[in-house]
Write a protein that binds this ligand. Structure first.
Ligand SMILES: Nc1ncnc2c1ncn2[C@@H]1O[C@H](COP(=O)(O)OP(=O)(O)OP(=O)(O)O)[C@@H](O)[C@H]1O
Length: 381
């Protein structure tokens, strides 16, 4: 069931340019939806429009069957969790969480019960009466989540909630928020520029660029089938290799394309025999994720093997990232570490046509976007 729906929503601050344009988006009950994109893509504006902090310039915002487009923040029952916690530094954990209820003049006994329940849920019993200033960043953020939860909001919005944390705190709180969100079936919107955060916490991700929604899907779907070149290059670390290519011809055994300096690759007829007709010209872009550039196996049956020099070796602990100068163009590949590879060494790499993504160079769309029944590694649509 749809909890929040944005119908053709637009927002212009200056009456000339649009910070948000024609946004259609739904968040289901109990779902965590992430708004993900680079700085300036419009995710904070979208959050403010949903919360009622900013007014829409066009379209409609629905909470269930209720049109809230013209309602102020107080009438929307939305709670916010900010990156800087926004706690009252002179108050205890208990009093910070109780604050929204005290403002509403809730009965003392009801406050004790409601705050106690939230403190249990967040496992803050041991620091219940401590001053929030004495807590770690992670614990402070849990208190601010508690303060949001105690109001029993219809929607909870997380605005870059982990930005102020160090790497270890991030990992812990990421899974903690995800656990809470699932346990309490919180309908929530997460705003983040960090793909790891979105992928690890959200049920679905809405990727935005320049105020326009690029794709909304589960993390697995987005990874396996990015809708366009923007999503392909934004999701994945190291980013997907994107190589210029050309359509040669459709043959009985596959769709022949030439990549870079004429390296021929035969794409499988199913699904490319039909999908290639969606291309607006013979100019294509082929995407290969670094983990899909593999070391060729001796006596292996590979569709495409290239011998390429290693230009750079980047050691990352459990894996190494190699930069290669291949006839296809510059390629980044990921191998298990420590790999022992060195700069200048020649390496035989293989690419499986089932692993590649093919985009229309002009429209930037994935030729398989919206094509159903195709099994891509990692996801089935
Ligand atoms: N109050 C405002 N007045 C005028 N323009 C604004 C205002 N807030 C945002 N904008 C503009 O709207 C566009 C979207 O900004 P927004 O802050 O929503 O993006 P964002 O993705 O959240 O970026 P960031 O992560 O940097 O906050 C940008 O071009 C920004 O300059």
């Amino acid at each position: 069931m749809v909890a929040v729906e944005l119908k053709n929503v637009s927002k212009s601050y200056d009456g000339k340019t649009f910070a948000i344009e024609g946004l259609n988006l739904q968040c289901e009950y109990g779902e965590m939806l992430a708004l993900l994109g680079p700085s300036g893509c419009g995710k904070s504006t979208t959050l403010k429009l949903i919360a009622g902090i900013e007014r829409i310039s066009g379209g409609q915002i629905m909470f269930g069957a209720r049109d809230v487009s013209q309602l102020d923040t107080a009438s929307r029952n939305v709670a916010m969790v900010f990156e800087d916690y926004a706690l009252y530094p002179h108050l205890s954990v208990f009093e910070n969480i109780a604050f929204p209820l005290r403002v509403r003049s809730t009965l003392h006994s009801d406050i004790d019960r409601a705050v106690g329940r939230v403190i249990d849920l967040l496992e803050l019993q041991e620091v219940r009466d401590a001053n929030v200033r004495k807590l770690s960043g992670g614990a402070q953020q849990r208190v601010s989540i508690g303060r949001a939860l105690v109001r029993e909001p219809d929607l909870i919005m997380f605005d870059e909630p982990l930005s102020h944390m160090d790497a270890a705190q991030k990992v812990g709180l990421r899974s903690e928020i995800a656990r809470l969100q699932k346990a309490a079936k919180l309908t929530s919107v997460l705003v983040t520029h960090d793909q790891t955060e979105a992928i690890s916490m959200a049920d679905r991700i809405a990727v935005m660029d320049k105020g326009v929604l690029q794709q909304v899907a589960t993390p697995a779907e987005i990874y396996a089938r990015p809708a366009n070149l923007f999503v392909a290059s934004f999701i994945g670390e190291p980013p997907m290799n994107l190589l210029e290519a050309q359509l040669l011809e459709v043959r009985s055994e596959g769709v022949a394309i030439a990549i870079g300096q004429g390296v021929e690759l035969l794409l499988p007829l199913q699904p490319y025999g039909a999908a290639i007709h969606r291309a607006s010209s013979n100019k294509l872009v082929v995407g290969v994720r670094p983990e899909h550039v593999r070391l060729a196996q001796k006596n292996g049956h590979h569709a495409l093997v290239m011998t390429t020099p290693i230009v750079v070796v980047e050691t990352r602990g459990d894996h190494d990232v190699l930069q290669l100068r291949s006839p296809m163009g510059r390629l980044v590949m990921e191998v298990n570490g420590p790999s022992g590879f060195a700069q200048g060494q020649l390496v035989n790499v293989a690419i499986d046509p089932h692993d590649v993504h093919v985009f229309d160079a002009q429209t930037t769309c994935n030729l398989l976007a919206g094509v159903t029944g195709v099994v891509t590694r990692g996801a089935q649509t």
